[in-house]
Design a protein around this ligand. Structure first.
Ligand code: BGC
Length: 908
């Protein structure tokens, strides 16, 4: 496959299957608006050396046609290639609403032909003219900057003919939840998701065929304020509209071939109901006495409802949701209930045992009109009460007023809270463990990875990283889920993206959000600091490491998922950004002292600075280092896109800026001005130093860490790279010492304090000082979880080969250390499951790993020489599928074909 010599592989009979067919990263997706969607599949085999030599894709208008082979509208013919991901549909032009059934036949390395079962995708509404619907909303609203009850909208219609299919296309400025004939449509939450609603609004598509009945039907919607109308961060309310607006249509297809569209228009009715207020930051107030029983069933008497208002279209593009939607994911039961009543109030605090994001389901029985308050918080004060100072202006409190009678079960709508503890006020009677259930929500991104090792503290760290990701991947990658912020901070997402790709499949999530970044780009080419950008950050340029996400994130997603189209799509945006950096730098230096623009956030929250926030590393140094890196990445991107001339120019630019960096910051003795950990880390990671200065820089970094007794002095900017730089420079022991450090500043310190998510600050709470500054003290901030990528790759041993993205070729290189005796890592790549599990006992290193079919790997087996390695009980030289390359740095290096392997080597 890759031209390297390998030992021929014996294949007795094929056991290959072709499965996991996806279109644009999704299985059987409804609503694709990419004109030429990309198709992927996986090969699975329990034998070594399985790979694809050719494929043939067939597409048809129905499953019957696909199976019979009649009326196929696309036949790719046999294409000789091992490409099995992102194959571009190349059949006739697809039209709105078109459903395509497809399957793939592949030929394996022995020439055997294997066929997949069928899959499908369905196109969304591709033209604005496909929409007949008009924007509707309520005429009641409290006026600028106030909140109003949630509008309930409804419309009845009659089916007189035999229905074949029905699709609901829906969206909102604000949030919507659709109901049809008394049932909730779909399970997506917080729809239509957050974009810059003035430019681009996502719609969702639902197959509602089964929800409709012959005769009368009722379609309804409840609207919430959400990101479009409610509070966003410290910015206030109503950034995009002064009230929530709804746009929807059902396209009915009948057996006689005709179609009918039921759409939002002036014939809809609207009223208010039990949701008196629902705001993401403030919470919900719900009065069950005002419930509208049967409001979404046909025959309901809506004579007291008013006519819906029609609102002008704001000109934003309507786009299909191609990324994952938010869904409920799991439920948590309280691990503890404590009463903290005083003479005036009865109060209980429930501990869900996990800092989580979502809300609670309340079960309550009591008198009509009783109001129960639910206050949410992440941590407790030393006296056991809720610590809410770090929520800033976010009220994070829900109120439920009982209707009385039977037991009542309630969940809030249109919001999420970040919390571990919930306090109940005014609860009638005494609550039990059943009173409260935690509902965990996040973007529906499948878990793809797992990591575990012999150190329980590191395992808890991994747990905290994963929960940090769950809680902050809620439609956009937020910095934190609890205080009045929750913005798509670009620096945070950039530093965490590599770790994020291990834990979950974030390809679709980032594809959507990278679009948000481009939408938030300013005319001068600068990227904002947050995306979507609700003008929260008025300075324009997001500054070093934050704005650079505009280049780094597409690059990361390309690395993890081989997505060239993403690079193509955003190439000109990245070019504009680099042009902006060139125009606003002086002699190659970004953020030079006299620069009147934004100098950035520095090495955010590093503890080696004077203000406790921006760290001790010069902003000019950070800015210039990232300028080298981003222009270097753009050169690589240009080359991938076949733009050699551009690539040459960006390489040249990158080299020039690097020269400027050296001239300004590297002293003749090889030390770096300022000599912070982050300055050495960036210089080494981004290749900024002349070759003969590197060892000096490494020595200085190691010395600095030693002087701090193996503690970090890095912030958001230096932390992502520090362990990589150390392990790559041969200082694995120092990297492990940093990882295993339990006193602050270090990754494991919060773990020792009972953390269940990653903290924003190294010293969010300490024995000596108590809580850090409440203005900036989140206990669920994923940025420092970036170490997870190093844990997967260096401890677990699964890493990318940058030359062959998406793990087409894998680097398997576990590097035991830190006293660990065992590690197990799994990653579901686009090609299938990669697995690595090792045990170190005395001097024996046992290692089992799996390389998915249609991929290869370079494998580093710790051993002094070949005679000390056996594979599956045999000398490694006799093993199938393995080619020895060389001995290097205490490792025997092999290339292997796909399959499962079991190595054992003697280290001593
Ligand atoms: C956020 C950060 C963000 C930062 C910019 C904070 O308020 O919580 O995580 O990157 O601002 O410095």
């Amino acid at each position: 496959m890759n031209g390297e010599a390998v030992i021929p592989v014996e294949r007795i009979m094929t056991s290959l299957i072709v499965s996991n067919l996806t279109c644009e990263y999704r299985t059987n997706p409804l609503g694709i608006d990419v004109p030429q969607p990309r198709l992927s599949w996986q090969l699975h085999s329990d034998q070594r050396g399985a790979y694809q030599t050719a494929y043939r894709i067939l597409a048809a208008p129905s499953e019957t046609n696909l199976n019979s082979g009649r009326d196929l509208f696309w036949d790719s013919d046999k294409v000789e290639t091992d490409q099995s991901i992102h194959v571009v549909y190349d059949g006739p032009k697809l039209v709105s609403g078109q459903r395509v059934y497809w399957k793939v036949r592949i030929w394996d390395e022995a020439g055997m032909e294997i066929e997949s079962s069928s899959a499908w995708w369905e196109m969304g509404l591709l033209e604005r003219s496909d929409w007949q619907a008009q924007w509707v909303g309520a005429d009641f609203y409290g006026g600028p900057r106030t909140s109003s009850p949630a509008p309930y909208l409804r419309k009845e219609f009659t089916l007189q003919k035999e229905l074949v299919a029905a699709r609901l296309y829906a969206t909102a400025i604000g949030l919507y939840e659709c109901h049809l004939n008394g049932l909730r449509v779909g399970d997506a939450l917080l729809t239509p998701g957050w974009t810059d609603y003035s430019r681009r609004i996502q719609y969702q598509v639902y197959d509602v065929t089964e929800l409709l009945n012959p005769g009368p039907n009722a379609l309804g919607a409840i609207l919430g304020d959400g990101w479009g109308v409610g509070h966003i961060a410290w910015v206030g309310r109503q950034r995009y509209a002064d009230r929530p607006l709804f746009l929807a249509q059902i396209i009915l297809s009948f057996s006689d071939g005709r179609k009918e569209i039921i759409s939002t228009d002036a014939s809809w009715k609207v009223t208010s109901g039990p949701i008196l207020e629902s705001d993401m930051l403030m919470g919900e107030s719900y009065d069950a006495r005002r419930e509208l029983t049967d409001w979404c069933n046909p025959g309901y008497n809506d004579s007291s409802w008013r006519g819906a208002e029609i609102f002008a279209d704001n000109g934003a593009r309507l786009v299909a949701t191609n990324g994952p939607v938010v869904k409920r994911q799991e439920e948590l039961q309280p691990v503890n209930i404590r009463e903290i009543s005083d003479l005036v109030n009865r109060r209980w605090i429930f501990d869900l045992g996990q800092n989580m994001v979502g809300w609670v389901r309340l079960r309550v029985h009591g008198e009509k009109g009783t109001t129960v308050g639910l206050r949410y918080a992440e941590v407790l004060n030393p006296d056991g009460t809720l610590y809410t100072a770090n929520l800033r202006t976010a009220r994070n409190t829900d109120y439920y007023t009982l209707k009385g009678g039977e037991e009542e079960i309630w969940e809030p709508h249109f919001l999420f809270h970040g919390f571990r503890y919930v306090e109940l006020l005014g609860f009638p009677g005494s609550p039990t463990e059943e009173t409260v259930t935690g509902i965990v929500i996040h973007s529906d991104i499948p878990s793809t990875g797992s990591f575990a090792c012999s150190d329980p503290l590191i395992n808890q760290l991994q747990h905290n990283i994963v929960w940090g990701q769950k809680g902050n991947f809620v439609d956009v990658p937020t910095d934190c889920p609890q205080r009045d912020e929750r913005l798509g901070w670009m620096g945070d997402a950039q530093v965490f993206s590599r770790a994020a790709m291990f834990n979950m499949n974030v390809a679709g999530f980032f594809t959507k959000w990278i679009h948000d970044m481009e939408d938030a780009q300013y005319p001068d080419g600068s990227y904002a600091a947050v995306a979507p950008n609700p003008s929260a950050w008025a300075n324009g340029d997001g500054g070093p490491a934050w704005a650079d996400a505009g280049v780094i994130c597409p690059w990361m997603i390309y690395q993890g998922y081989g997505d060239v189209r993403l690079l193509e799509t955003h190439y000109s945006s990245m070019q504009r950004f680099i042009a902006f950096l060139s125009a606003t730098s002086r002699d190659g230096l970004r953020c030079y002292e006299e620069y009147t623009g934004w100098h950035g956030f520095g090495d955010w929250l590093a503890l080696d600075g004077s203000d406790g926030r921006q760290g001790g590393t010069s902003k000019e140094l950070i800015g210039t280092a990232f300028f080298v890196y981003s222009s270097h990445l753009l050169a690589r991107i240009a080359r991938i896109l076949g733009k050699e001339q551009d690539a040459g120019q960006y390489d040249k630019l990158s080299m020039q800026v690097r020269e400027a960096f050296i001239k300004k910051f590297v002293l003749p003795d090889g030390t770096i001005k300022g000599a912070t950990q982050t300055s050495y880390v960036l210089a080494l990671q981004f290749g900024l130093l002349p070759q003969d200065f590197r060892s000096k820089a490494v020595a200085e970094l190691v010395r600095n860490i030693g002087q701090r007794d193996n503690h970090l002095s890095t912030g958001f900017v230096g932390t992502p790279y520090i362990n990589w730089v150390l392990s790559e420079a041969g200082h694995l022991d120092t990297a492990y010492a940093l990882l295993k450090q339990t006193s602050w500043p270090a990754w494991l310190y919060p773990v020792t304090q009972g953390a269940t998510t990653i903290w924003e600050r190294w010293d969010g709470w300490t024995h000596d000082k108590g809580f850090q500054d409440p203005d900036m003290n989140s206990f669920n901030h994923y940025a420092y979880g970036t170490i997870g990528a190093w844990m997967y790759a260096v401890i677990g041993g699964i890493d990318l080969d940058p030359q062959q993205p998406a793990y087409k070729h894998i680097l398997l290189h576990p590097q035991p250390g830190g006293g660990l005796t065992h590690a197990r890592t799994e990653l579901h790549s686009l090609y299938g499951l990669i697995r690595s599990e090792w045990t170190l006992q005395k001097d024996t290193f046992d290692w089992q790993f799996t390389v998915p079919a249609n991929t290869t790997a370079t494998v580093y087996v710790p051993a002094g020489d070949l005679s000390r390695i056996i594979e599956n009980g045999r000398s490694v030289t006799e093993a199938l599928g393995i080619t020895f390359l060389q001995l290097e740095n205490g490792c025997a290096i092999f290339t292997v074909r796909s399959g499962s392997y079991s190595f054992s080597s003697q280290l001593g």
